[in-house]
Design a protein around this ligand. Structure first.
Ligand code: C2E
Ligand code: CA
Ligand code: CA
Length: 501
């Protein structure tokens, strides 16, 4: 029971670790995948924004060449058309003509000369950010410059229009423009110098640089929106898988697997417990198996015998016990009392296995001075099968005595009593335990003993632990006595040195 719980506990721990590790590994992979995908998304959308910038500026310039370029000879000619141009183009707020030191013609300041030093001298087309416009007080502006042979044309663009290009559909990342020493984002424009703009540099736009940043919130949102379903699926799948594995592992009889190893390593040994006559003379001995486990030490039969009987491994174990017990006992059998009984525990399925007859014949052939007894136990139910009863007849015909083990507790004992002629009844220890000085359960014990007497075969009482119990049983005419009070189960050589004299 303890070992079964231990195994169940280990299986539960194993299955939980399995579920946790699947989720940890799967979760990490999903997080890595969502990081990668979000970066791909941000990079490709930032490139698209960079193309929008080009498109905006190219549209302005194309429009200029179509509508204005031919009218730049004098400011007077230029201004009315330039005003028309500004009104018809939603992206620009002013057009100005500048030379090296001033703005000399503008849709804002007309033909007034305003001192101004241009920034970009080299490039034909360029964009600059001016946080304080020379033409409009307290206003910032983006200036798109087109250099011609004579002077420069400057298109004033509202900063909101440039910022508007940075709108993203899903808010999964934050794109920014870097223009000279300014970084432009949707939330505002800040000075960064040319030191370290925030985010990853993405495109080599000819006018400005495009950067993007992804915050941990962005990563979380992206994961929740795109990958949480996968994670929930993984969670459910791992649970279902875990439950299936649990069910499968729980169905495995681990003891059977352990027994296989025990048989391979030849770890099963016989112990002998003496049985006495009423007058204290040695009457025989019961063979009780012990598993000398190479790691866990001595394991009592209650922890493995049921699995061994169910799996049929009990046949091989029985064979090992016989071959370990017979040779040493053979050498000293003459020193044992006459009519010494040697009793083996046998379960029903063993009866129809041919190895039982072989092993019994081996015992009888070697231990000629001993009487062989088979104690029939009932843990694995005795099948209602003719072969089973035939085998018992055959054993009896060989002179082997058959005892009914655990008399009184097996539910079908009484029905077997009808069909099998038992030679001995072994009264189970649980009844002997009821014999105490208070006589509290005396009537139950008395009834079982009475039934045994009526059946009319000799009785053995097992599990006697006190003088009081022994006296009680003697008074109730029990023939044979077995229990710690008389002698514990012991290794074969110890039994020989104690009783073969
Ligand atoms: P069982 O046939 O009823 O054997 C008696 C059990 O009671 C043995 O336990 C024995 O050690 C224990 N016992 C005897 N006297 C006393 C006592 O005074 N006090 C206490 N507390 N216990 C006492 P064990 O050896 O642990 O065996 C348990 C059961 O395992 C046996 O019950 C028997 O049914 C089965 N068994 C043992 N060896 C074999 C085997 O070789 N083959 C098969 N099929 N079953 C076996
Ligand atoms: Ca027994
Ligand atoms: Ca018993």
């Amino acid at each position: 029971m303890g070992r079964a719980l231990n195994t169940q506990y280990k299986i539960i721990i194993g299955v939980i670790s399995f579920i946790l590790s699947i989720n940890a590994v799967g979760g990490l992979l999903l997080v890595a995948r969502s990081h990668y995908m979000l970066n791909q998304y941000a990079a490709s959308h930032s490139r698209a924004i960079s193309l929008d910038v080009n498109l905006l500026f190219e549209n302005i310039l194309t429009d200029y060449y179509i509508k204005l370029d031919n009218y730049r000879v004098t400011c007077r000619d230029f201004l009315p058309r330039a005003q028309q141009f500004v009104l018809s183009n939603p992206y620009i707020r002013s057009v100005s003509l500048t030379n090296q030191e001033s703005i000399y013609c503008s849709t804002i300041s007309q033909n007034k000369k305003i001192p101004y030093t241009p920034n970009h001298v080299g490039q034909r087309v360029s964009i600059e950010y001016i946080n304080s416009s020379p033409l409009v007080k307290n206003s910032d502006v983006f200036l798109l410059s087109l250099k011609t042979w004579k002077d420069s044309v400057k298109f004033g663009i509202n900063s909101l229009i440039i910022q508007d290009l940075l709108h993203t559909e899903m808010n999964y990342y934050t794109p920014t423009f870097v223009l000279g020493e300014y970084q432009v984002s949707l939330s505002g424009i800040k000075k960064v110098g040319d030191l370290n703009p925030d985010g990853y540099y993405i495109s080599n736009n000819q006018y400005l640089k495009v950067y993007y940043t992804i915050s941990s919130n962005n990563y979380n949102n992206y994961f929740l929106i795109h990958y949480s379903y996968y994670f929930i699926f993984l969670l459910i799948l791992s649970f279902v898988l875990g439950l299936m594995i649990y069910g499968y592992l729980m169905r495995i009889d681990w003891i059977v697997i352990g027994l296989k190893g025990g048989l391979k390593r030849d770890e099963f040994v016989p112990f002998l417990q003496p049985i006495f006559h009423q007058d204290g003379r040695l009457a025989g001995s019961e063979v009780l198996v012990r598993w000398k486990h190479h790691k866990k030490g001595l394991i009592p039969p209650n922890e493995f015998i049921y699995s061994a009987e169910k799996s049929g491994q009990i046949n091989a174990i029985f064979n090992r016990l016989v071959h370990k017990l017979v040779p040493p006992l053979c050498l000293c059998q003459r020193q044992l009392p006459e009519d010494f009984h040697i009793a083996f525990n046998v379960c029903a399925p063993q009866l129809i296995d041919p190895s039982l007859l072989r092993d019994c014949s081996f015992v009888q052939a070697r231990l000629k001075h001993c009487k062989l007894v088979i104690e029939l136990t009932e843990r694995v139910q005795i099948p209602d099968d003719e072969r089973f009863f035939d085998e018992i007849d055959r054993l009896k015909a060989m002179g082997i005595k058959v005892a009914l083990d655990d008399f009184g507790i097996g539910h079908s004992s009484l029905s077997y009593l009808k069909s099998i002629q038992f030679d001995v009844l072994k009264i189970d220890k649980s009844f002997i335990d009821m014999i105490d000085e208070n006589y509290s359960n005396a009537h139950i014990v008395a009834n079982v003993l009475d039934l045994a007497q009526r059946i009319g075969v000799p009785t053995v009482a097992e599990g006697i632990e006190s003088d009081f119990q022994a006296q009680y049983l003697k008074e109730h005419n029990v023939e044979f006595f077995q229990g710690y009070y008389f002698g514990q189960p012991m290794p074969v050589d110890e039994f020989i040195s104690q009783y073969c004299r």
